[in-house]
Design a protein around this ligand. Structure first.
Ligand SMILES: Cc1ncc(COP(=O)(O)O)c(C=O)c1O
Length: 427
């Protein structure tokens, strides 16, 4: 509840402006006119209380007119319904009398939030009970070091399959902590392919095999997963940009990690799903905050976690379950990706996606224009029509449309209509 200050003068001098100022952004407004008020035109002072109440907009219709379609690669679009829900709870969460941002991370309210978030994520991904779920900080980038520090000794060999820039960064960091080896790199093909798994020359002694399940910059996505040759080997996947975009058989992996800021929440939360028997063997030099045992033993509450980010992830998980879980989410994602790739492929070369068809990402769609001199104009015109963040990563250029879970079909339909219109005007 908020009370507007001294409305009397404004009401008397300019009634239209008075009512507008009360109603704008405040759909529920009540006025109390005291019983001694006889006439608005009288010269007597009049006390009017204008009480405005912020409506719980989580119940309102989705995708408001003020919002753009945000095609950013991350931080990225969040479901409108989730934002509305957070908006309605930001000041006071349930009956706690405070915001989630103000809560003790050890209090019963926040414990209920993190436990529900974990429970819902377990339901979504059908995570087996012999896996821990950790809510961490430091981004996926921190995991590039934490993984070798936790999973192997300095002399252990490990394999990296490098299908894009993120896999390459993960490899380079791992080199500092173990004997990391690239068994295949797509660099010479500008990261547009994934090799056949049979052709991979895996080290039979490799402690783990690392992949990046979806390369955010290059738009290359694994549709199935390789099996480590070492029978005790562990498959490790960076799923930052396709986490919770489709069902995944978690039991095939020793460890899955993901930054939240693409599909499941704001930046600041990193989720690690790790088989329990892999915890507790960290190298002695491992900082306490990078040791999975620290976090597993303390249910992600060893130190102050990113509480608000975890709360937001929880709202997203709840929302994904409400939508019917990850099968339904995947179906929706496939439909969006299909219409976008069809538009690119059907453009007669005006638009081009360099990625091999069988491994094209459902999440990040890179494309170029035959006439690269039109790219700046394309981005400018799209932005005017409220479609933003379509510029490709600075390392590859061109365009990139990230169409994560929260991007509505209407957003992709609007983009393809714009693309066709742009082509008609410029071909
Ligand atoms: C696939 C992938 N891995 C790792 C990262 C790095 O994540 P962070 O910035 O959270 O450290 C990103 C960031 O975009 C990414 O897309």
């Amino acid at each position: 509840m908020a009370t507007a200050a001294s409305p009397h003068a404004l009401l008397v001098q300019n009634p239209n402006r008075f009512f507008k100022s009360c109603f704008v952004n405040n759909p529920i407004t009540t006025f109390t006119i005291p019983s001694n008020a006889t006439s608005m035109r009288s010269n007597k002072p009049l006390t009017i209380t204008c009480v405005t109440q912020v409506q719980d907009r989580s119940t309102q219709i989705s995708q408001s007119q003020e919002r753009v379609f945000n095609f950013a690669a991350g931080p990225a679009i969040l479901p409108e319904k989730v934002l509305r829900k957070a908006e309605s709870e930001v000041y006071i969460w349930r009956d706690s009398g405070m915001s989630v941002m103000e809560m003790s991370h050890r209090g019963k309210e926040f414990l209920s939030i993190i436990e529900k978030a974990e429970g819902d994520l377990r339901k979504l991904l059908n995570i087996p009970s012999d896996y821990s779920v950790l809510f961490l900080q430091g981004g996926a980038t921190t995991q590039f070091a934490a993984i070798p520090l936790n999973l192997c000794k300095p002399d252990d060999p490990v394999d990296y399959l490098v299908t894009g820039s993120w896999g390459d960064k993960a490899f380079k960091e791992a080199q500092k902590f173990c004997k990391a080896n690239v068994i295949w790199s797509g660099k010479s093909d500008k990261y547009t392919k994934i090799p056949s798994f049979e052709s991979l020359e895996q080290n039979p002694d490799a402690k783990y095999l690392h992949i990046c399940a979806n390369e955010t910059i290059h738009g290359v996505e694994f549709k199935s997963y390789p099996t480590p040759k070492n029978k005790n080997g562990i498959l490790v996947a960076d799923m930052s940009s396709n986490f919770c975009s489709k069902p995944v058989d978690v039991s095939k992996f020793g460890l899955i990690y993901a930054g939240a800021q693409k599909n499941v929440g704001p930046s600041g939360v990193t989720i690690v799903i790790v088989r329990k028997d892999l915890i507790g063997n960290a190298q002695p030099i491992t900082p306490v905050m990078l040791d999975y045992k620290t976090h597993a033993d303390n249910n992600s509450l060893y130190n102050t976690p990113p509480c608000y980010g975890i709360y937001m992830c929880g709202l997203v998980f709840d929302h994904l379950l409400e939508q019917g879980g990850l099968e339904a989410v995947q179906k929706n994602n496939m439909k969006k990706a299909e219409i976008l790739y069809n538009t690119i492929d059907g453009s007669g070369g005006f638009y081009r996606c360099p990625v091999e068809k069988s491994v094209r990402s459902l999440m990040n769609v890179p494309f170029t224009l035959e006439r690269s001199d039109l790219e700046a104009e394309f981005i400018k015109e799209a932005a005017k029509e409220k479609m933003v963040q379509l510029k490709g990563h600075r390392s590859v250029g061109g365009m990139r449309a990230s169409i994560y879970n929260a991007m509505p079909l209407a957003g992709v339909e609007k983009l393809v209509a714009f693309m066709k219109n742009f082509q008609a005007r410029h071909a």
